[in-house]
Design a protein around this ligand. Sequence first.
Ligand SMILES: NC(=O)CC[C@H](N)C(=O)O
Length: 383
Amino acid sequence: MTRPTPAVLVLEDGRAFHGTSYGAEGETFGEMVFATGMTGYQETLTDPSYHRQIVAMTAPHIGNTGVNDEDPESSRVWVAGYVVREPARVASNWRSRRSLDDELRRQGVVGIAMPGTRALTRHLRERGAMRAGVFTAPTAPVEELAERVRTSPSMVGADLAKEVSTAAPYVVPAHGVKRFTVAAIDLGIKAMTPYRMAERGCEVHVLPATATAADVLAVDPDGVFLSNGPGDPAAADYAVETLTGVLEARRPVFGICFGNQILGRALGLGTYKLRYGHRGVNQPVQDRRTGKVDISAHNHGFAVQAPLEGPFDTPYGRGEVSHVNLNDDCVEGLRLLDYPAFSVQYHPEAAAGPHDAAGLFDEFCALMAGGATGTKGEERRNG
Ligand SMILES: NC(=O)CC[C@H](N)C(=O)O
């Protein structure tokens, strides 16, 4: 048996964790984040929102069910690096096609298996988000590697949606009878999202991140959807501009995660970086209209700054914070009261994850069925 290759994870503050190489060998840099889901490592790895992030899994065994060809959320692994405690020695599942180790190697994803994932998570919770590097077979001392980590790009100010978005538009057909046309702006969309809309009779026209309002309106959509995506929402002015054009045209709008942040910005709200973000499948979110709590899937490092108490003014009438996270009171949803638009900071498409919030897609359909308050709705009602 060959000896495992040593590897080291180095944080920008100089803290280092030793282990062995997992996946491809080499070196990689990114923002260090931890994900707490006990299941769904394939969906995590292929979520474009993790672009340029090194993801540590807090669940201690990863790879147990191998890799299948059905669960990926996109055509490739997006994480910049992968940190696990103990890789499964045997992959066992009827859908498994290959081991996770092989898949990471095939896709050139550098990772580390190390005993310290719990210590790492506690460190990030105490010190906050920071950059990191994974180095296999390292030859330089840790302090030198930390110096290199400190010269790698920061997540604050990073405009990444364009790097993961589709190059060309495509259409996901409605399942069964078509009820609505949706224009979905792909800022890093996950495969499950158009699927959830298609199951509800939506024909989904997925458009590149740089689509203009004119491109969106050319689809003549009943509703416009803004997806999740990587990077700092404060850097995505083009998406805010497109959404502003859509809002001026008074089409119904629904946004998820990055989409929630972009809607917030279009309403004149700011965004900020959370201390260490929410990534996992058991975050409690309360719908403030009903008091109902959903257990929900999350992946966000930024959040919208909005007044929690009472409606606030926006260029499109009154808005309110519709959902809050019960762990930290962070804004988890926005809703306009005088215009058919809403968004959530979490993932109702939830694969993997709880399905408590799947009804939000029905709410979007109900908004589209009600028609826009503007031209298209009027036309439908009159014609
Ligand atoms: N999943 C997402 O859409 C993430 C949005 C944004 N990149 C954040 O980290 O907050």
